[in-house]
Design a protein around this ligand. Structure first.
Ligand SMILES: [Fe+2]
Length: 477
């Protein structure tokens, strides 16, 4: 449901337009251990230069990864920066190092594709500028060949005005992860007055520029930076395809006036080029599981008949559901910004899933937690009795802090009754999902923090649900 869902944080005074555009693009990154694990905080008294935005790394492959930092310069000019990668936290065993220039034209951000690394290995990295040393980051390359297990943390939607990012802290404390997968909304930007936001292509291009400057990701297509979809392979166990569903091909969500168009085959979230790329990835027989990462809930969600929802006054409903209002069509109420608003496009995907098997869709950006079977028609009463068996499963991750729908938490059972393919729903909690993969099953664990208003909240396990290889549906246990 994109950055459109639920409450909007207010713009802070003194935040520049450039700051606001940061993170506006909705593409995705695989971010191994995003948060730095130590160091001196990145400041040396008297040096002037600072690493006050910390360090990060992302887009790991078997032999490379992209470390990133931002230098707060002594003056506004170019700033020389050295970088190091080592196999130990004390940097006694440096395996790669080099120099770069933090240019004003790149907002004094620095990143490089550090190559020549060893598969499935933990590395530490840091930057040095003007006598100042950055915090130390921790990262890990992807495994190759025979791979027994892969463990990912999956996250999305971190809004500082709504709370502290304790979930990131809990993830950073773990040492058993291959990578953190982020589905977007790393940060939020909102104008004070949407009438004044300005020209869309201009904002999109500025957002893309900031996205590639401020995210440690690889450029997939220098000719078109909207092409952010890419694939990661974890040995012979997992192929992870990360989709781009916002900028390249998305048809505008329907409104009530054209709600009947949700069946129009011309309505798309993926263009043919991305679909063909995805098909090639899913048909790759070298990996046992096919994971998809994306930002739009794929399984059906019918909301009609929820008394708590129906009793809300319209302004409150609008506030809860954001810029894309629900539409009623064919006797059901649905959110047209999900794949529910692109039915023909979803059917094309489901046919592909049925062909390849063992597909697990990972989704964020809806600020709530879900687990469901993906099924062409899961509604045996109102739909086609012979809609066919499930073709895969979907696990949806909660937000780090962005508001969910706690007011509707009492309606969870009714949602499940109305949507028999949905096996788990939580509308109030915040946290992350551990995706634990081995040859036999993919298990999702929903970990929830106790209090997003606490600086270092504890956490608890909310639910554990899995799918067995070869079944294409959630297990009943
Ligand atoms: Fe969000």
């Amino acid at each position: 449901m994109a950055p459109s869902l639920m409450g909007k944080p207010q713009q802070r005074p003194g935040v520049s337009r450039r700051d606001l555009l940061r993170g506006a693009a909705g593409a995705l990154a695989v971010t191994p251990w995003l948060i730095a694990c130590g160091g001196d905080g990145g400041q040396a008294p008297g040096s002037g230069a600072m690493f006050s935005h910390g360090v990060a790394s992302a887009d790991p492959l078997a032999d490379r990864v992209i470390p990133w930092t931002h230098v707060t310069p002594v003056d506004y000019g170019p700033m020389p920066v050295d970088w190091q990668i080592a196999t130990d936290v004390d940097f006694d065993a440096v395996v790669a190092e080099g120099s770069a220039i933090a240019e004003p034209a790149r907002d004094h951000t620095v990143k490089m594709d550090a190559t020549g690394l060893t598969p499935d290995t933990v590395y530490y990295y840091r930057f040095l500028a003007a006598g100042t040393r950055s915090a130390t980051g921790r990262t890990r390359t992807l495994p190759v060949g025979d791979t027994e297990g892969v463990r990912l943390a999956a996250v999305s939607c971190a809004s500082l005005p709504h709370g502290f990012f304790s979930a990131y802290r809990r993830i950073a404390e773990r040492d058993d992860l291959n990578a953190v997968v982020h589905f977007g909304d790393y940060i939020y930007e909102y104008g004070n007055d949407p009438a004044t936001e300005g020209d869309w292509p201009l904002r999109r291009d500025a957002g893309l520029q900031d996205y590639y400057e401020w995210m440690p990701i690889r450029v997939t297509d220098p000719a078109d930076r909207r092409v952010a979809y890419r694939r990661f392979r974890f040995g012979d166990l997992v192929g992870l395809s990360m989709l781009e569903t916002r900028l390249l091909a998305r048809s505008e969500p329907v409104g009530q006036a054209d709600a009947g168009d949700i069946n129009d085959p011309a309505r798309q979230l993926l263009d043919d080029a991305q679909f063909d790329w995805l098909r090639a990835g899913l048909q790759d027989s070298r990996t046992r599981w096919r994971l998809l990462g994306q930002q739009v809930m794929m399984g059906q969600l019918r909301l009609a008949g929820l008394p708590e929802l129906m009793q809300l006054p319209l302004p409150e409903l609008d506030r809860l559901l954001g810029q894309v209002p629900l539409v009623g069509t064919g006797g059901v109420l649905l959110n047209p910004d999900q794949w529910d608003g692109y039915r023909a496009a979803r059917q094309r995907l489901f046919e592909l899933f049925a062909e390849t098997g063992n597909v697990v869709v990972l989704t964020g950006d809806i600020h709530t937690s879900w687990a469901m079977d993906l099924q062409p028609d899961p509604f045996p009463i109102t739909g086609d009795l012979f809609g066919g068996p499930p073709v895969g499963v979907e696990f949806v991750v909660p937000s780090i802090t962005s508001p969910g729908l706690p007011q509707l938490q009492p309606a969870r059972q009714l949602i499940r009754v109305n949507n028999p393919h949905i096996r788990y729903v939580d509308l109030a909690e915040h946290g992350y999902v551990i995706v634990d993969v081995d040859a036999q099953r993919v298990e999702a664990q929903w970990w929830y923090v106790d209090d997003i208003l606490g600086l270092a909240s504890g956490e608890r396990l909310g639910a554990t649900i899995h799918t067995e290889h070869g079944t294409n549906r959630l297990a009943t246990a």
